[in-house]
Structures are given as C-alpha cells and as structure tokens.
Design a binder for this molecule. Sequence first.
Ligand SMILES: *Cc1c(COP(=O)(O)O)cnc(C)c1O
Length: 478
Amino acid sequence: MPALRATALPQHRQQSAPASALFPAREDRERWDNFLTRELSSANERIAGSAVTPTLDLGDLRSELAGFDFATPRPLDELLPWAIAQMEHGVVHMTHPRYFGLFNPAPSFPAQCADRIAAAFNPQLASSRTSPAAVEIEAHVIRSVARRAGLPPEATGHFTTGGSEANYTALICALTRSNARFAAQGARAFGGAPVFYVSRESHLAWLKIAHQAGVGRSAVRLVATDGSGRMDPNALSDALAADRAQGCVPVMIAATAGTSNAGMIDPLAACAQIARGAELWYHVDAAWGGALIASKRLRGILAGIELADSVTIDAHKWFATTMGCGMFITRHASVLSSAFQVSVSFMPSNVPGVDPYVTTLQWSRRFLGLRLFLSLAAAGWAGYGDHVERSIALIALLKEKLAARGWRIANDSSLGVLCVEPPPGFGAVRSIVGRVVASGRAWVAAATFEGRETIRICVTHGETGPGDIDELVNALCQ
Ligand SMILES: *Cc1c(COP(=O)(O)O)cnc(C)c1O
C-alpha cells in the first residue's frame, strides 16, 4: 500500500480559498450575516414603494449568468448583493402590500426566523432518534392544529412541502385503506378502476396526483358544481352510482374548503355523509381556507371539517409561513403507517407513527414545522384570527367600492378573495389584468369562475391597508 501523502490529510485547519468560501471563519460569517440582515430589511422597504412586478431585463440576466462558468470563484462580498438585486428586480413581490395574488403570503417574521434557525442547525427530521426535539415540536403543532380543526385527540399528521403533497398523501391513504392488496399490487389490486371525486372547481393538482399514484388521470371525477362554485351533492351521488354501475371502485371524496379560484366551500357535512354512506375516505382540502380555524368568530364557516378522515392545510398560504410548508392531518395514524412503512438497517430508529420517514412520503426532511410553531407561539390563535379577519374585511371593503362603480361580483365567498367582472365598456378581463400588472401598481390574476372570465383579487399580505385597496380600485378603473 502506498503511504498516504502528507497533503491528503492537512495537519492544520487552514483551508484553500475555495473551501473557506464554503465554511468561512466565524468573523467573516458574522459580517455577512449582519450584511444580510441589514440589506434584506432595506430591500423589503424599497419593494413596498416600488413596482410589484419584475423590472429586470431577462436578456441581461442571461448574459450575466453565462459569465458564471463556475471556474473562477468569486467573493461573497460581490455575490450576496448580486443575489439580493436579482430578487429585488426579478420576481413578482409576494411581500408587496399590493400583491393581490395567488395565496402566496408575505411571510411572517417568526417564520423567517425559523428558517434561519433551521438552516443553521440543519437537523435531519427523517428519524426521531436524530432530531428528537424537532420531531416533537412538529408533532405538537400538528396536534394543536388538528384539535383546533375539531378532529379527535388521536389525530396525527405531519408537515409537507405544500398542499399538493398533502393531497397526494390523502389519496395514497384512501387507496391503502380501501384495499389491503394495494400496497403490494398497486392499482392492479382493484377489481375495477379506482376512482375519486372532487369538484370541477377543485385544485387540479389532483390530476397530477392521480397520475403519480398510478391510478391515472382518468380516475379523477370532476363533479359538477351548483352554479356558485360549490360541489353539488346530488351530482356527487349520481356520479358515484354511475361509476359503481360500471364496475369502477370509488375510493375517496375530497371536498374543497376554500377553492383556489374563488374561495368557495363545498358542502362539507353533506359530502361527509355521502362518503360515510358509501364507505369512502373523506378528505377536506382546506389548503388556504383552513386558516379560518384561527378565528373564533368565523371558524364555524368550516363546520363539517371535523368529520374528515384527513385534512390538508397549508401553512404557507393564509398562515403566512415561508414556502413550502403544508400539513397533512388524519384521524387514522395506522393507515399512514401501513402506507409508508419501510425498514432499512442504517436508520437509527423505526417507530411507526413517530419516525417521519416511516409515516410520510419524504425521507430526508427539513424542519418546516418550526415556522408555524414560532408564529403561533408569538401571535397566538387570536393573532392569526385577527390576521384572517383583517383580510376578509379588506375584501369586503373592495367589494363595496367596486360594486358602487358598477362592477359585478361573481363569487359569493365569505373568505378573503374576490372574483369580479368589469362593467360593460371596460374591455376584456385579460387586457385589464395585463394593464394593471404591467403598471406595477398592483398584481391581480385572471380566473375563470363558473365559466365566466373574472379578475381574481386576494388579500394575502398582513400589512395591506385601506389605502392599498383605493390604489387597486384606481388601477382597475383607469
Ligand atoms: C394551493 C392549493 C393547493 C396546492 O397546494 P400547494 O401548496 O401549492 O402544493 C391545493 N388545494 C387548494 C385548495 C389550494 O388552494
């Protein structure tokens, strides 16, 4: 065996310049940390006073990027301001008070702190043995949210990357409980094609989910709505009966509590009753609307959610944590365990119902739950209650102002999202949206609701105020 060359194992901690760029000395880290703290805070302030929409020239960015061939290292002193500038000028600003967008919030400050803490310790949450404190904190938050939603004390669950992963988990649970052979044989285990039911106003990530789960996109039954954006329970019963008659195997009904388009809530109790009668898994997708559980005054709007076998709530929507942070909650811990159980020799622990890698889709796992833990602990349910009530009040104000100017309100939602149609003569919805977005004064979306083209406006920022609503009305009516 050749002897190890002395250079293979450095005797002292001195590192080459490139390596010390990865693991700088403490004083350099602190200097850059302080720079980031100051600079991010000034950028945030500048953003509130400038365009919501990107102002960068993509051609310029591409040629700058071509200069990054990663052959010659560059100093962080240059790179950090560069990266901040790209964000400041190159994205739609979720942190702008006039971003009236797609549920992406300005993140709460405690959630941002949580990200920083998680990044510094970088705990691995796959197993409880390696990160007992982190796993316990997440489990505590999930239990608290489950209880607040009215689920029984044994309800359990976990953090996910978002609502899509949580909804995917729901389908896997439904298939697993519906047929014990699904685990081994997949969709082939079923005597007929497995199918599941969502409304046609539901979030169409369901199609991708069906694809991934191996039941195919045609397994998604898009049930008709009642003309107001809510699932029609009669159409649901009819669809079930028709599928059974044709030899399909229904496995799940997934009601939406707060549609992404228009904030409509399916008849949760009626859907629960149909699911129970048909012995199907009942899921409630409350990705955005779920945050209403925080408000004592308004949580009744979600009545029926407590009947669910499983629930999706995104923390990165109305709970305003950083992205991506969703939650899957279920009353059936054992189904999660049978869906995700696996045993490998190198993992330090393997406890069903406890170790995240044997109860969830993910393996390596980031400490997401700290974001909601710190936010909830700092603001309390009451703080979040104020947060959701405030956005609903601002939408009510906007509704009043637009209605007074002859705009038609298309959605009858009790949540903080509005779909409106301009009065005759104002031009097409898409051109109004294009004009407002291009002006940088506000960000709104075009959305089709119940077959009509509408402008969709959602208050997503905890610091949006009545002045911002006025500015939006002016931008829309110009
Ligand atoms: C946003 C949303 C989803 C998808 O969640 P992601 O966090 O984007 O993966 C699913 N359902 C509803 C109702 C949503 O609003």
